[in-house]
Design a protein around this ligand. Structure first.
Ligand code: SF4
Ligand code: SF4
Length: 181
């Protein structure tokens, strides 16, 4: 049996659905402690994989981003989506506090002088999976082994993340998560 994942668009603005969704996700983790084990395990694997690629990504950004004239870290990307909320809850980590007064088009509220102030593994997924053309060109120019290792790591993150969300979906539906490698 396969299951789709019911993605919910999050609205973090006042009166939006963010608080309700965060509370619902946290409810699943506190009420179904046995069933969420698989979700937590997959989340830990995703977190470790993200960490394992951090140095490579940092080095690439250090080489390319200082020349950038169109920085991608704008504030509309600062907000965690439903899937990120599930992932953070599975890791037992809290959401960051958002300043909802910052305009969507302004520099991201989490962009510090030395880059993003959120640990890479806790950033919104989109932040770790977006690669602009100059960054991709730079990566392709690196030794093939490094590049291949990075791509393989990204693919594994995608697969483990899907497993995590499927396992969560099963818990949220009142069904037990399945084990799949
Ligand atoms: S990742 Fe690309 S778009 Fe974003 S700041 Fe670096 S060079 Fe610019
Ligand atoms: S990487 Fe960090 S600074 Fe950049 S958009 Fe994402 S949260 Fe903001």
């Amino acid at each position: 049996m396969t299951a789709g994942y019911s993605y919910k668009k999050i609205d973090h603005s006042p009166g939006g659905n963010a608080a309700e969704i965060i509370s619902s996700v946290n409810g699943v983790f506190s009420l179904r402690k046995d069933d969420v084990r698989a979700v937590k395990e997959y989340a830990r694997e995703v977190s470790d994989l993200i960490e394992s690629l951090d140095t490579f990504q940092q080095d690439c950004c250090r080489a390319v981003c200082p020349q950038c004239t169109s920085i991608c870290c704008v504030n509309r990307h600062a907000y965690h989506e439903h899937e990120d909320i599930v992932y953070l809850a599975a890791l037992g980590r809290k959401m960051p506090s958002y300043d909802i007064a910052v305009e969507d088009t302004a520099p991201c509220q989490f962009l510090g002088e030395r880059g993003c102030v959120i640990e890479r593994r806790l950033r919104p997924h989109r932040c770790n999976s977006y690669f602009c053309a100059p960054l991709l060109d730079h990566m392709r120019g690196l030794p093939g082994r490094e590049h291949r290792r990075f791509i393989a790591g990204l693919e594994l993150i995608t697969r483990k993340r899907e497993r995590m969300l499927e396992a969560y979906y099963f818990c949220n539906s009142g069904l037990r998560p399945f084990d799949r490698q």
